[in-house]
Design a protein around this ligand. Structure first.
Ligand SMILES: NC(=O)c1ccc[n+]([C@@H]2O[C@H](COP(=O)([O-])OP(=O)(O)OC[C@H]3O[C@@H](n4cnc5c(N)ncnc54)[C@H](O)[C@@H]3O)[C@@H](O)[C@H]2O)c1
Length: 445
């Protein structure tokens, strides 16, 4: 693609998806107009401050500073760009439906135009595109084009995922706008699924629901492993080598969280329900996930008895490593349950403390893992940050008051933990007492 063919594009909403999309398209040589209603965010971005913690993003934004323009005024994007990517939030409502108020605000702010198109990156229910097109028609903006282009990036590797996507999905009415989006992504050389708008919307929801199902499935296998003495890590290894199954999303743990899976699974379940279909499997996926977060509490009770007054250290708070995103993190449920059980909770996370402080009450934040475990009756690994694999377990054992280490992500080496004289409890694998003996199972023969 020559530089003369490159687009000037607009990106509305400069959060995780918007900012990565903007920086990614700038990296491909395009001029990008980034719009957000959050004035502080835009001021910060103009001054080179990146509002989120995402590997490689700061460097990418810095490298393409000349091509990235930040503004709170939508008119700036409308003036320069014909494609307006929408990356505003679609959080869950109390009913489980997606809250489309931010999307609707963007739609209503569009002028009548034959030269612009909205390109939907936000995750929206199937039928949203058709409903937006109806709104455009009612508002005498029928010339405005619409393209669904769902986003599949993962927080923690978002820049890489943008630049090396597994696929690009474009749902459109086979017009200039869909062609332009396809052209824009062409330099990435990714497999393209060009389809109708409803199918593109469903690809996103179904993909997240499937991945969530895989996680809840392996978590249930883990729970059965605990009853039967099998080790889910070995089981997953054996299963994952079957290329019909694959090894990804087969890590048992304390449940999925984050800004996407919980809300997208709920939104698909709700969408099905609204259309008169009871999506039984997704109900179970959600319920298994809720229960999984609470199983850690049972493990703590098993070893410590009552948790009243017990000092519990949480290692990691973010919903997964390499992000500071705390939305729907398992640590939110865990810390609340521990507080309710009368425990005293201290926690350390390498990057998510600022975000965590906005959402968590009753937690004493510590500046390092070493300080978090000092005097603790038990430690729980909640997020598999790489630095926790490097912990000096001898030092941890001598700093703690108790001996229990619950590995909520099956991330640590049980032998190394055990060799330091600590009790190791993973998820779905045989627990080991401090002397290397087996921890009694919950039940079964
Ligand atoms: N975070 C992810 O990993 C991920 C991955 C794939 C898809 N998605 C989807 O992408 C969408 C955005 O997610 P996110 O995590 O980037 O959200 P986010 O909350 O990080 O960012 C949303 C941004 O939109 C801005 N905004 C809200 N209303 C606006 C308006 N009217 N005009 C301009 N800006 C406005 C907000 O100020 C905020 O900066 C959601 O639908 C989400 O489901 C997210």
């Amino acid at each position: 693609m020559s530089s003369s063919e490159r687009e000037a594009i607009g990106v509305i909403g400069t959060g995780y998806v918007g900012l990565v999309t903007a920086a990614g398209f700038a990296d491909l040589g395009n001029e990008v107009w980034c719009i957000d209603i959050d004035e502080a965010k835009i001021t910060g971005l103009k001054e080179g401050r990146i509002p989120i913690w995402e590997p490689g993003l700061e460097q990418l934004v810095e490298r393409h500073r000349e091509r990235l323009h930040f503004s709170t005024d939508l008119a700036d994007a409308l003036e320069h760009a014909r494609l307006l990517f929408v990356a505003v939030g679609t959080p869950p409502t109390y009913s489980g439906d997606a809250d489309l108020s931010a999307v609707r605000a963007v739609v209503d702010a569009m002028p009548a135009s034959d030269r612009h198109a909205l390109v939907m990156k936000s995750t929206v229910p199937v039928g949203t595109g058709d409903s937006i097109k109806r709104t455009f028609a009612e508002q005498a903006k029928g010339g405005f084009r619409y393209v669904s282009c769902p986003e599949f990036l993962k927080e923690g590797s978002a820049v890489k995922d943008f630049l090396e996507p597994d696929r690009v999905v474009v749902g459109d009415d086979r017009d200039w706008a869909g062609d332009a989006v396809v052209q824009l992504y062409a330099p990435l050389g990714a497999p393209l699924v060009r389809t109708d708008i409803r199918s593109a919307e469903m690809v996103k929801l179904a993909s997240n629901a499937f991945l969530a199902t895989k996680i809840s499935f392996i978590n249930e296998i883990a729970n059965v492993c605990e009853e039967t003495g099998a080790d889910v890590v070995e089981v997953a290894r054996g299963m994952g080598l079957d290329d019909r199954i694959g090894p990804k999303f087969l890590q048992a743990g304390i449940g999925f969280g984050g800004s996407c899976f919980p809300k997208d699974v709920a939104a698909l379940k709700q969408l099905a329900g609204n259309s008169g279909y009871h999506f039984q499997l997704l109900n179970s996926v959600i319920e298994v996930n809720e229960l999984q977060k609470r199983r850690v509490i049972a493990k703590l009770h098993k070893h410590l008895g009552s948790l009243v007054g017990k000092e519990i250290a949480l290692l990691g708070l973010a919903f997964k490593p390499n992000t500071d995103d705390m939305r729907e993190a398992s640590s939110l449920v865990l810390s609340a349950r521990l507080n309710a059980a009368g425990a005293r909770v201290r926690a350390y996370d390498p990057v998510a403390e600022t975000e965590a402080r906005k959402l968590i009450q009753g937690v004493d934040f510590k500046p390092s893992a070493a300080e978090a475990v000092q005097g603790a009756d038990a430690a729980v690994l909640v997020t598999e940050w790489p630095e926790f694999a490097e912990l000096d377990f001898d030092a941890v054992a001598s700093a703690m008051r108790g001996k229990l280490l619950v590995d909520g992500r099956n991330f640590l080496d049980p032998d190394a933990v055990n060799a330091a004289g600590l009790i190791y409890e993973g998820v779905g694998r045989p627990g080991r007492l401090a002397d290397g003996g087996a921890v009694a199972r919950y039940g079964g023969a």
